[in-house]
Design a protein around this ligand. Sequence first.
Ligand code: PEP
Length: 251
Amino acid sequence: MRRYVIAGNWKMNMTPNKAKALIEEMKPLVAGKDNCDVVLCVPAIDVPAAIEAAAGSNIKIGAENVHFKASGAYTGEISAEMLVEAGVEYVVIGHSERRQYFGETDQTVNLRTLAALNAGLKAIVCVGETLEQRELGYTETLLKFQTKMALTNVTAEQMKNVIIAYEPVWAIGTGVTATADQADEGNGYVRAAVAEMFGASVAEATTVQYGGSMNDKNAAELLSKENVDGGLIGGASLKSAAFAAIVEAAQ
Ligand code: PEP
C-alpha cells in the first residue's frame, strides 16, 4: 500500500558540473527500478543542473531545505515557490545537521513542513534521537514528540505528500548503522505517532524511511523490515554504484 522511497541527500557536496556527471552515471543504473521512487536531494545551486541531467529518467530531484516564509527579507533563504518553479519535487526538512548546526527547532521544522506542503512539494521530514537520549531511554518519547510537532496542522490529505525519515543521530555519517531491528522499532514509533494523529489507515499509507549509514551492504536487511519503507542516504548517494545497489535492494 505504501511506496518505497530511496532518497539521496548530498549534503554540501558536488558542484553543478559534478552533479550532472554523477546523475548521468546513475541514470542507466536505476532505470526501470519501478518498485520505489528514486530521489536525489541536492544543494540548491545544483538544482538546475540536476534537473537537466535527470530529465526523462526516473530520478526525481529534491532540495535539502526550504524557508517557511513565502518571500521577504530573509537573506540567503529559498522559498517553496522558488523550489517548485525550478522543478524541485521533494525537500528534506529538519535534518539533524540543520538542527545541530543551524538552530533548527521542532517549531521551525513544522513551519517548513507546512510551507513545503502548501506549495505542493513532497516533504521528507527527519526525526531522530541522539545517543544520549537513546541511552536515557527516551527514544520512543522523543521520536513521537518530534513527529507530532513536525506534523502539527498538517491535514490527513496532505499526509499523502509526507515522508518521514527516522535517522538516529548517532548513525548519521558515522558508519555505525542501527540494527535492522532498531530501525524497525524506531520507524514503528514514528508510525504509531502518525496513527495517534491521523488514524491507522493514514499511518499504514505513510512512507517511513530509515537513514543513518545505509549502504549497499546493509540496505537489503534494513529494507526487509516491515516498518522500513525506504532510505535517506548520505554518503552512499555520492557513489553511483552504491546508490544503485540500494535502489536494487528496494526492488
Ligand atoms: C543523511 O545525510 O541523512 C544520512 C543518513 O547520512 P549517511 O548515510 O552518510 O549516514
